[in-house]
Write a protein of this length. Structure first.
Length: 337
């Protein structure tokens, strides 16, 4: 009876941590997130210059191998990606070659390949992803999120890929006249008229006087654009820090690297292992990327809570606290029953 109850509680905890969301709009008031898919292309560098001139931050959902010259074959195009990143724009994934496999293991291999491609250029790994054509629903969403990504769609489709600026500008005019709370705009830097005409129209429309141009992460109120935390982006290593907290019945010892959390009460021991192995990987039951991803809605760094212990302060992950509470419930059930 107790074992069944404890398993049920674990499932509830896991379900509460899994988000399962396909994000279609911003959250922050009076923000506008311009997004550009399919690059880098021959027009992307010019687009970056135009955005920078007007102090506009945007998000680029990039491919490694889509439009020629291909970024995985051209240093010039890789430098364009770096230029966008160093200008303060957000770099996000649009898959390696504009294709998202449906089978999990193939999807994981493909997305990890793209992650490595981006990290080799800018030093960090994209946490935001847009499926080609936005085509990812149901199990696909679950699989993408289990790999640590936030899946992004849009609420304004300019259809510039089909009609160019002649179709995009009327769409934008109609939406901007509605004075919505915010805007998440889909465009493509593979379309010449988008870079030369549509973006210029947006700049001159006056929308920037009423709304703030931000990245997708900013429009969602998410301070973590990349999978690496702000404190670990420049280094893959992390020192081990331990804090010990004692009460009359329970002693809890937590170590965040190669971590184990052990709760003892009346000789009953429950151990939760490897809650955090590195700043970029979450392991559940020794299996990376399985089930749900604790890091999916976790912020490490400036927004993390800190607990003072015998070895200084350590960042505490909210989901770890949840698991700790569940473990304590396990002990109580074993003790009572």
């Amino acid at each position: 009876m107790v074992k069944i109850s404890l398993k049920f509680l674990s499932l509830i905890a896991a379900a509460s941590l899994a988000s399962g969301q396909h994000i279609r709009s911003c959250k922050a008031d009076k923000t506008i997130a311009l997004t550009f898919d399919d690059g880098p292309t021959e027009y992307t560098s010019k687009l970056i210059d135009k955005l920078n001139k007007h102090h506009i931050k945007a998000t680029f959902f990039i491919n490694a191998h889509n439009y020629s010259p291909y970024a995985d074959e051209s240093k010039t195009q890789r430098d364009v990606i770096k230029k966008a990143y160093e200008s303060g724009h957000q770099i996000a994934s649009h898959t390696y070659s504009h294709y998202l496999p449906t089978e999990y293991s193939e999807m994981k291999t493909s997305l990890r390949k793209m992650d490595k491609f981006v990290k080799d250029i800018i030093g960090v790994t994209p946490r935001f992803l847009r499926a080609p054509g936005g085509n990812c629903e149901g199990k696909c969403v679950e699989n993408v999120e289990s790999l640590g990504y936030r899946l992004i769609k849009w609420d304004v489709d300019t259809r510039d890929w089909k009609e160019g600026s002649s179709g995009a500008i009327p769409v934008l005019r109609e939406y901007f006249n509605k004075r919505s709370k915010n805007y998440l705009v889909l465009m493509h830097d593979s379309v010449k008229s988008t870079v030369e005409d549509t973006v210029s129209w947006i700049i001159n429309s006056g929308i920037g006087e009423k709304y703030k141009f931000v990245t997708v992460a900013e429009c969602l109120g998410d301070s973590k654009k990349y999978k690496e935390s702000s404190s670990s982006s420049s280094s893959s290593s992390s020192s081990t820090k331990t804090t010990t907290r004692t009460t009359t019945k329970t002693t809890t010892t937590t170590s965040l690297v190669g971590a184990t959390e052990t709760i003892s009460a009346n000789s009953t021991v429950v151990t939760v292992s490897d809650t955090l192995v590195s700043p970029t990987q979450t392991v559940i039951d020794g299996n990376a990327d399985s089930g749900f991803n604790l890091a999916n809605n976790t912020t490490i760094g400036n927004n993390a809570a800190k607990v003072e212990g015998t070895s200084g302060s350590i960042p505490m992950i909210s989901q770890s606290i949840t698991l700790l509470m569940i473990s304590i419930i396990f002990v109580v059930f074993n003790y009572v029953f």
